[in-house]
Write a protein that binds this ligand. Sequence first.
Ligand code: NAD
Length: 247
Amino acid sequence: MSNEDRIAVVTGGSRGIGRAIALRLAREGFSVYFTYVGNEAAAAETLAGIEAAGGKGRAFRLDVSDLDAVAEFFKNEIKDAGALEALVNNAGITKDGLILRMKDEDWNRVLDVDLRGAFACLREAAKIMTRRRCGRIINISSVVGQMGNAGQINYVSAKAGLIGMTKAAAKELASRSVTVNAIAPGFIETEMTDALTDDLRAAYLEHIPLKRFGSAEEVASAVAFLVSEEAGYITGQVLAVNGGLYC
Ligand code: NAD
């Protein structure tokens, strides 16, 4: 048995779904290296949660849309730190707008963070994982990437792109026993969905067969399964965690 740390990298782990994933993977025995963009206090809270539960973690300020910074992060902090077993591409933003009013900068920023940033991390993780001939990559997509949504053409395109990226990477990396899967959450209670008006909430709930929003912990459970040994024969798949919204 090796005493190397089993490392899981989680992007955007300072709050919401990313924080729940970071805490859960720490409980599963991973040394969790999570990234955040600006909120140091929130990152410190995630770290404290990991340590309070007896786990190991480290927080890194990293904008995933900065390709050089991503490459440096994997080279300097991950490559020789232990065994990189899992990457969870969770970082994501929205900048909603109707098609005719969508600003170029809002299109570009969402694609840069949600899709190109995920690719940059996947590429760096793949360099390390293919050498070790094992690894798990999970991309956090969204139900709207599967079914579309008015007013979110940039976000929907990025999240649908993540599903394509998952399938392409799964095929390309399978010969090295690296699996790549996506999770498509439906509506999950986080700061992202706190912004919804009561009317919009009620309208969405009407279409969710389980009649409630999901929790970040329920998304984290799906991640824990897909990174586990039990999921070794699953690759190129999209696991929906959405209360039956998209069936
Ligand atoms: P959130 O806004 O609460 O958290 C987003 C995280 O991403 C934060 O930790 C933030 O620091 C990080 N982040 C933002 N920009 C970044 C950048 N440029 N570089 C690195 N990190 C960055 O969002 P959430 O609701 O927890 O969502 C997490 C993921 O789940 C996102 O990819 C989101 O699209 C997806 N998702 C969320 C829902 C939902 O209902 N909340 C549904 C489907 C999919």
